[in-house]
Design a protein around this ligand. Structure first.
Ligand code: CP
Length: 316
């Protein structure tokens, strides 16, 4: 059994194997094949925070693989958490009903707490300002698909780098590759955490903190824009100081390389002008679409490791 708790747990060969499986699933689904590698298996999605992409793509992934889904959305209000049940007690019980648990929670470290008591694999679907490893995997899959490689790329990460958990997980995954440079561009209110920078330094990854987005964007192979996470700020004044500082609009787009790629984990909240959407470099909706296949591959891997998946090639 293997939990998915953070991006640092992955090796490069594991990531590459996962993407090979993701590509295979993408071809099969787009080719109209009906799959049943996870027939008879049940996934529980337990979401204490709102979600569109993560929850629905995990649920679609399970259904595409022939499995079934049980779900609690807005678990803080509509599960027994409202009556005072601890996360640990909820997870112990849900593990008796499901073969895998996908958990989103507002507290950093919640997925690890859940995994510590769970009888089935736990997948971290975002733990407060901590990590969002499956988003980072699909971000990296988008980079592979759009650029054909990861080694040697210059990646700009822009926006809320403090509370933006996808940034932390993606930085960790990028550290598996060679000749990467990361430019971090954020308002002073939301700097990238020192723990992320220390990890990159340990792994010999080159990075810089920048303030001039126009200069950074002109050099970037990949521009990873993020939302200012209003819900995590200690005060509205602080949020308002950070909001709107770095916006990708057509004038900035005009300064970018012709072969650059623009990504965003979504949802966006004003930091990419919709006028950018029609540009072929705007890959964020293709990125979100690819999440389905990465999550299919991840569910198969987790349940295979737990002895719960049918072997490859046994599809209906
Ligand atoms: N990127 C992401 O996690 O989106 P949702 O919050 O909609 O799941």
């Amino acid at each position: 059994m293997r939990h998915v708790l953070g991006a640092k747990q992955f090796t490069r060969p594991e990531v590459e194997a996962l993407f090979e499986t993701s590509r295979t699933f993408e071809e099969k689904v787009k080719g109209g094949q009906v799959l049943d590698r996870l027939r008879g298996r049940i996934m529980a999605t337990v979401f204490f925070e709102p979600s569109t992409r993560t929850r629905l793509s995990f649920e679609a992934a399970m259904l595409r693989l022939g499995g079934q889904v049980i779900s609690t959305e807005n678990a803080a209000q509509f599960s027994s958490a409202i009556k005072g049940e601890t996360l640990e007690d909820s997870i112990r019980v849900i593990g008796a009903y499901a073969d895998v648990i996908v958990l989103r929670h507002h507290e950093e470290g919640a997925a690890a707490r859940a995994a510590a008591v769970s009888s089935v694999p736990v997948i971290n679907a975002g733990d407060g300002p901590g990590e969002h490893p499956t988003q980072a995997l699909l971000d990296l899959y988008a980079i592979y698909r759009e650029k054909g490689r990861v080694d040697g790329l210059r990646v700009a990460m822009v926006g809320d780098l403090a509370y933006g958990r996808t940034v932390h997980s993606l930085a960790y995954l990028l550290s598996l590759f060679r000749d990467i440079h990361i430019d971090f561009v954020s308002p002073p209110e939301t700097p990238v955490p020192d723990r992320v920078l220390a990890y990159l330094a340990e792994r010999g990854i080159s990075w810089s903190r920048e303030t001039d987005l126009a200069r950074v964007a002109a050099q970037a192979d990949v521009l990873y824009q993020t939302r200012i996470q209003k819900e995590r700020f200690p005060s509205m004044e602080m949020y308002e100081r950070a909001y709107g500082r770095y916006v990708l609009d057509p004038s900035l787009l005009g300064r970018m390389r012709a072969d650059a790629v623009i990504l965003h984990p979504l949802p966006r909240a004003g930091e990419i002008d919709p006028a950018v959407d029609a540009d072929p470099r705007a890959a964020y909706f293709r990125q979100a679409a690819g999440g389905l296949y990465v999550r299919m591959a991840l569910l198969c891997q987790c349940l295979e490791d737990a002895g719960q998946a049918y072997p490859e090639g046994s599809e209906a």
